[in-house]
Design a protein around this ligand. Structure first.
Ligand SMILES: Cc1ncc(COP(=O)(O)O)c(C=O)c1O
Length: 416
């Protein structure tokens, strides 16, 4: 199919046209089947066309397809916020708002933070990804391609190294950089918030250092700074728990949600400490489509399916299969470029590196093509696009997961 009417600034990883999907499998318009380890970039933790989500959308579409909540409230929005506030594993009363996307959630969080603190400085992290809108671009800890050719971005934003066993940056190194930032660059009393992914997505599936997360929480408390956790990619069961911040033993002040929140229907959210959400003037938050009833119905069905027991089983099954196969590949030496396995739970990355440890980005591009030809869709991540991110639906059938990992192994063996 022609791409002539589509902006050439949209980068396409796999030049095929999808026709339909079922759980962890998709078919293109020629009828070719693929196992989907991309999941619409982390949107399909419940798989393609989850029956509960489809039924909820279908039913909602016969009742009320749209109403702008800020004009007239509707039941699905109210029900969802009630369910969501109970689903967020924190000890404080939760309030929030719905958005159309992850970036819109991040944008609104920045406004909420300004309203609550009267401060503007944001500290983000190297390798971070928070969106493609003008303000979220500046939060990203990566220039190319996101920040190129767009000029001056809304700020002020500063970046710190992201400490993780997966990238070799230690807690001490990150704390030292923080110390330097506040003695050389900015006054700590001007800082409104830190924004951090508990497991970096685009950055390469790097799991945040727990000691650092706890030190950061203490630092924020001591300096009246808010802590935002971006759970847009790591949330809704991807790491085997509802949200990845639980692994860190901290409670963020605001949490950003998106992607798998609604089983494939566009939806995002900002949730957090109730008093923080109420500082902007009436009308300061909202949006025509934000919290559309059909999206809310998809999210309610998603929450029905995401019991803690399911999340634990799905997460551990996928984690076990991936780690078992990865370690076997290492032992058997199936691929000279096979580097570290990153991440936690079912949020796993597999790094490709050259003999000298430099990123093997060329080989990863080759791997994406080989795998696609063999019927497996993969997605790159990391600063140098050298880390495969594994985002198969959590509901993937064990045999399909093994089949996908067999294809991955066969393709790794072919890398030149
Ligand atoms: C951690 C994180 N935050 C924010 C976003 C932006 O979400 P959206 O693409 O829905 O705007 C993404 C998207 O990949 C993400 O992974």
């Amino acid at each position: 199919m022609s791409h002539a009417a589509i902006s050439q600034s949209i980068s396409i990883v796999h030049p095929i046209s999808l026709s339909h999907g079922k759980n962890a499998e998709v078919w293109d318009t020629t009828g070719k089947r693929y196992i989907d380890f991309v999941g619409g970039i982390g949107v399909l933790n419940l798989g393609h066309c989850h029956p509960g989500v489809v039924e909820a959308i279908r039913e909602q579409a016969t009742k009320l397809t749209h109403y702008a909540f800020n004009a007239v409230p509707h039941a699905p929005y109210l029900q969802l916020m009630e369910r969501l506030s109970a689903f967020i594993p924190v000890g404080y009363p939760v309030s929030g708002m719905l958005t159309n996307s992850g970036a819109e959630a991040a944008e609104n969080a920045l406004k909420i933070v300004r309203g609550a603190t009267g401060r503007t400085v944001v500290i983000a992290f190297d390798g971070a990804f928070h969106g493609r809108t003008l303000a979220t671009l500046n939060l990203n800890g990566k220039v190319a391609p996101y920040k190129q050719k767009v000029g001056v971005l809304p700020g002020p934003v500063y970046h710190l190294p992201y400490p993780s066993a997966d990238n070799g940056v230690t807690c001490a190194e990150a704390l030292k950089a923080m110390d330097r930032l506040f003695s050389v660059e900015i006054d700590v009393s001007d800082v409104a918030c830190f924004i951090i992914e508990p497991v970096q997505g685009e950055g390469g599936f790097l799991a945040l250092d727990i000691e650092f997360a706890q030190a950061l929480r203490r630092f924020c408390d001591a300096n009246h700074i808010l802590l935002i956790a971006d759970e847009i990619q790591s949330g809704f069961g991807r790491t085997g728990q509802r949200f990845a911040f639980s692994r860190l033993g901290i409670e963020p002040d605001l949490i950003l949600l998106g992607k798998s929140i609604a089983g494939g229907v566009p939806l995002g959210a900002v949730v957090g400490r109730k008093p923080l959400l109420d500082n902007l003037p009436k009308g300061g938050l909202g949006g025509t489509y934000s919290g559309n009833p059909i999206a809310c119905a998809g999210a309610l069905a998603t929450l029905d399916a995401m019991t803690d027991a399911h999340l634990k089983t799905w997460g551990s099954q996928q984690e076990e299969a991936i780690t078992r196969r990865y370690h076997a590949w290492r032992t058997q030496g199936v691929c000279a470029y096979l580097g570290r396995m990153t991440g936690v739970g079912a949020m796993r990355g597999i790094e490709l590196v050259n003999a000298d440890g430099t990123p093997a980005s060329k080989q990863l591009t080759q791997l994406l093509e080989l795998a696609r030809d063999a019927g497996l869709l993969l997605m790159p991540s990391g600063k140098s696009r050298h880390i495969i991110r594994l985002l198969a639906p959590l509901t993937i059938e064990p045999a399909v997961l093994e089949e996908g990992l067999d294809i991955l192994e066969a393709c790794l063996r072919q890398l030149a």
